[in-house]
Design a protein around this ligand. Structure first.
Ligand SMILES: C[S@@+](CC[C@H](N)C(=O)[O-])C[C@H]1O[C@@H](n2cnc3c(N)ncnc32)[C@H](O)[C@@H]1O
Length: 212
């Protein structure tokens, strides 16, 4: 995976504290329950757009073999320090998820707050690439910010974000088993200004007879 340009979060991740906190996302908690080591010994998991690692470190703590990917080097450095302090190991890679090529398959392909950075015209191909690199009966879990006419744009939304339409995320998994999907509104204070988001979440499973 080749090194890429900076993330809009580099300054925040380079500062003290954890911009997104250390509490894992609700999607992370669901995946731990669903696909934790009770199901497969040390399942491989890739966390795309991992930020400072609140989920990646939680996955490692729960017995997953974790690779964490982000554009932000300061984020990855903070994640590696955090994992080390916890006595855990997470492989890190700086890469642009819009174009990088996976070289192996994973039991779990995970992201929170990342896929709305994918360009709409390339999303289908990007999801197909990620789905192809998932083991038989492997899991995908993603969340995407979605556009709602009654919600103003978030004050810290970067220029690279293109919000999903409701239901779009589910469409990329039409040929997989949908284990969970939901849309919620939530309050957020990222960037220091209170605002609201709408978010779609999905967990889907690849057919057991497919994959490598
Ligand atoms: C909203 S943050 C979520 C961080 C983390 N998943 C969490 O929930 O704490 C989105 C993350 O995606 C990363 N990101 C944005 N565009 C990216 C890209 N094209 N390739 C890789 N990472 C990207 C950002 O650097 C940022 O860390």
């Amino acid at each position: 995976m080749a090194a890429q340009s900076a993330s809009q979060y580099d300054d925040a991740y380079g500062s003290e504290g954890f911009y997104w906190g250390k509490k894992p996302s609700s999607l992370c908690d669901r995946v731990v329950e669903l696909a934790g080591p009770g199901v497969e010994r040390e399942p491989t998991l890739i966390d795309l757009g991992c930020g400072e690692g609140r989920d990646a470190v939680t996955f490692a703590r729960n017995g997953f073999r974790v690779t964490a990917v982000d554009l932000s080097l300061p984020g990855l450095e903070k994640l590696a320090r955090y994992a080390q302090e916890e006595g855990l190991h997470v492989d890190t890679a700086q890469a642009d998820v819009r174009e990088f090529q996976l070289e192996q398959s994973y039991a779990v392909v995970f992201s929170t707050g990342l896929v709305h950075y994918l360009l709409p015209a390339t999303r289908l191909a990007r999801f197909e690439h990620l789905k192809q690199h998932t083991t038989a009966a492997g899991i995908h879990a993603h969340s995407a910010l979605v556009s709602k006419p009654f919600l103003p744009a978030a004050p810290d939304a970067g220029p690279d974000v293109v919000l999903f339409r409701s239901g779009e995320l589910m469409g990329y998994f039409w040929d997989w088993e949908i284990l969970y999907t939901a849309e919620d509104l939530f309050d957020c204070t990222s960037g220091g200004i209170p605002h609201r988001h709408a978010i779609d979440r999905i967990i889907a499973r690849r057919y057991a007879g497919a994959g490598r």
